[in-house]
Design a protein around this ligand. Structure first.
Ligand SMILES: *Cc1c(COP(=O)(O)O)cnc(C)c1O
Length: 224
């Protein structure tokens, strides 16, 4: 399966005018596809599965910035802690605690985003508004020296109703604005990760500055 080069170029143009970062979501896609996009200049890639990420990272150029966008289990963290660029899906103090530990072992700071549950579906991970507030309160008592919370991430409902999607993104943007004014040790709470192939245009209109796009670039995935 070849990369959709035209789509890549036009998405990049579109994003550039809004200062939005593109994370190319390469889960389930082969090394050759990633390399092809790499040769066109893409450096930010996103993966959902730890083992797949570890295998790919070994084989691919070392200047790729790997985003972990799936649900991270604490026992799997060890294998990505030395190189992961940004972990998007953090939704508990327990996970923050473990990331901090592994970051410390690797003598580095790991950047993370807190995942907010904005969709109607029950199955998606993430914090609600109240849990986010509680988490920030707990952060005052727990010092995570090796973590920087860089912003928020969310996934809208899986629906063709763009009004629903838009209002979910608006809600996430409101939370983002609220928390970006709160004094943060890292003082760079600046990343709002929202938007995928089906809804990235709406996400950008609603203030996203990082989109995670897979199928528009790599073609459809076989379900797995
Ligand atoms: C798979 C995935 C994407 C990309 O989805 P596409 O519809 O292929 O663009 C984005 N974000 C997350 C969290 C994903 O799991």
């Amino acid at each position: 399966m070849a990369i959709h080069k035209e789509a890549y170029k036009s998405i990049l143009e579109e994003l550039k005018t809004h200062d939005v970062t593109l994370v190319a979501v390469s889960k389930t896609k082969p090394i050759e596809d990633i390399l092809e996009l790499y040769t066109w200049g893409q450096r930010d890639f996103g993966e959902n599965y730890v083992q797949e990420l570890v295998d790919k990272q070994k084989e691919l150029p070392q200047d790729i910035r790997w985003h972990f966008i799936g649900h991270l289990q604490t026992n799997k963290l060890k294998s990505v802690a030395s190189f992961v660029h940004l972990i998007h899906g953090v939704d508990s103090i327990r996970l923050l605690n473990e990331i901090n530990k592994q970051a410390e072992k690797n003598n580095r700071i790991i950047d993370v985003l807190l995942q907010i549950h904005i969709a109607q579906e029950e199955t998606k991970f993430g914090l609600d508004e109240k849990e986010l507030e509680e988490l920030f309160n707990q952060l005052n008592e727990n010092v995570f020296k090796n973590i920087c919370i860089r912003g928020l991430m969310g996934m809208a409902s899986f629906t063709e109703n763009m009004d629903t999607v838009r209002s979910e993104f608006q809600f996430l943007k409101t939370l983002f604005d609220t928390y970006s004014t709160i004094q943060n040790r890292c003082s760079n709470f600046t990343v709002l990760s929202m938007g995928m192939s089906s809804d990235y245009k709406v996400a950008i209109e609603e203030g996203s500055n990082l989109v995670r796009i897979g199928s528009l670039l790599f073609g459809k995935r076989n379900s797995n």
